[in-house]
Design a protein around this ligand. Structure first.
Ligand SMILES: [Fe+2]
Ligand SMILES: [Fe+2]
Length: 434
């Protein structure tokens, strides 16, 4: 991989990455063979300084004039190397209140997220719901472009909650009623997008844009018949086709020429495109789908799987994660891996069985050790009795206990697990038994 100044670009070079922000150049996809004169001119007249070129994938004659400058280049890791690097155990991180710690420190501090956020997030959520309702109503009446620009404070509120504790808002949204589904789904997807953007280490303005896009990507549904949206059971082919129009309707309602407008429009239009080309509306494939739309497809699918819908009950969060993994051909695998890292293999709020034959609720993630989260135990299987809640950090050495399985709450006679889990999450940090 070598870096090439834009003046030195030649047809036949394989572009692996572009320098600068997405808005400095007209290319949504950033990996392609430079085969068109128009593309070459567009790149040379854009604001970027240079590009990264994959020598092996380039056509040989394009590279010959560059041999002299080659030694000055720095290698860029391949996506596979990046993925391996990403999966290496990392130092623990703690989510702090108030100020954003510098990025290097963020993953270097020890500890667990802020549990108070499970209470604070109640207020964040109810404020958000009201504000999102108003924004959606404005979009319905044709004021979409301004509504997107005015969403800043709502998205910042969600982002700050996610920053303090990435799981609080997402877990809280799960304890929701069906009538609220559309606003809550939007808020949940926005929070998941923000969490994923942070995991991908995107710059802060991209994190905000990802959150805004997540909030509005399903806004097109506001233009469909309410009976269709709440219909129980399966859709007919005609109904499914009607339902799929929400992507185009949403994009049309928010289309504008601002940077934010372009991103939100793209995500509305393409969040149902799938990596293998089986999505809609344009059957885009792989990198033809923008990074934000690929992220949105993952967050949207996860939230849909983990929510109660008129036609089927919710999966548990851990079940939703394993289902996503089985469907990995539909998604950009490197982004999916980071998504799973961002919410955990046993997401917060999961019911798990421990080796000690106790049941517990996962209350916090260890992003360096996804199979060893923090768990609050509350039930003894051998004695068939509830226990005083006790918190165990499974990442502690020597290991105090270990997860042997995720469990279905219904099997243990717990009918309203989501609310039960929230009570455990909101409980004051339990004292560890001596
Ligand atoms: Fe959608
Ligand atoms: Fe959706």
């Amino acid at each position: 991989m070598i870096r090439v100044r834009k003046e030195d670009l030649r047809l036949g070079m394989f572009i692996q990455a572009l320098d600068g922000s997405w808005f400095d150049h007209p290319f949504w996809k950033t990996k392609f063979l430079l085969a068109e004169m128009d593309d070459l001119r567009a790149l040379q007249s854009s604001a970027i300084d240079g590009v990264w070129v994959d020598e092996e994938k380039s056509l040989a004659p394009a590279m010959t004039h560059l041999t002299a400058s080659k030694s000055a280049s720095t290698p860029v890791p391949t996506p596979r190397q990046q993925l391996l690097e990403e999966l290496r155990p990392q130092p623990r991180r703690r989510i702090k209140r108030d100020s954003e710690p510098p990025r290097e420190e963020q993953s270097a501090v020890e500890g667990v997220p802020d549990f108070d956020e499970f209470d604070t997030a109640e207020t964040v959520l109810s404020d958000c719901k009201a504000a999102v309702g108003e924004l959606f109503a404005r979009i319905e009446t044709g004021d979409g472009v301004a509504a997107i620009e005015d969403a800043g404070p709502v998205v910042s509120g969600i982002a700050q909650s996610v920053e303090r504790n990435p799981d609080a808002l997402i877990t809280l949204v799960r304890v929701r009623t069906l009538d609220d589904y559309s606003y809550l789904h939007s808020i949940a997807v926005s929070a998941l997008m923000i969490n994923l953007a942070r995991q991908l280490q995107l710059p802060p303005n991209y994190v905000q844009q990802a959150g805004t896009a997540g909030l509005f990507m399903d806004v097109g549904k506001a233009f469909l018949a309410p009976e269709l949206l709440s219909k129980p059971g399966f859709y007919s082919a005609a109904e499914r086709e009607e339902m799929q129009r929400h992507a185009v309707l949403g994009a049309d309602a928010v289309r504008s020429s601002t940077d934010l407008g372009k991103i939100v429009t793209d995500v509305c239009l393409h969040h149902h495109e799938r990596y293998d080309g089986t999505g809609y509306p344009h059957r885009l494939k792989g990198d033809e789908i923008s990074l934000f739309a690929r992220m949105a497809g993952i967050c949207d699918t996860y939230d849909a799987l983990a929510s109660d819908r008129p036609h089927r009950p919710a999966r548990s969060p851990a079940d939703a994660v394993s289902k996503m993994y089985k469907l990995k051909h539909l998604f950009d695998e490197s982004v999916l891996t980071k998504f799973i890292r961002s919410i955990g293999i046993y997401p917060t709020g999961s019911l798990v069985r421990l080796e000690s034959r106790r049941l517990g609720c996962v209350v916090a993630q260890r992003h360096d050790q996804l199979t060893r989260p923090v768990v609050r135990v509350f039930y003894s299987i051998p004695s068939g009795a509830y226990l005083p809640v006790d918190e165990i950090d499974l990442a502690e050495e020597p290991a105090l206990d270990r997860i042997v399985a995720r469990e279905e709450p219904a099997r243990w006679g717990i009918s309203d697990w989501e609310k039960f889990a929230l009570t455990i999450l909101q409980r004051q940090k339990a004292k560890r038994a001596a």
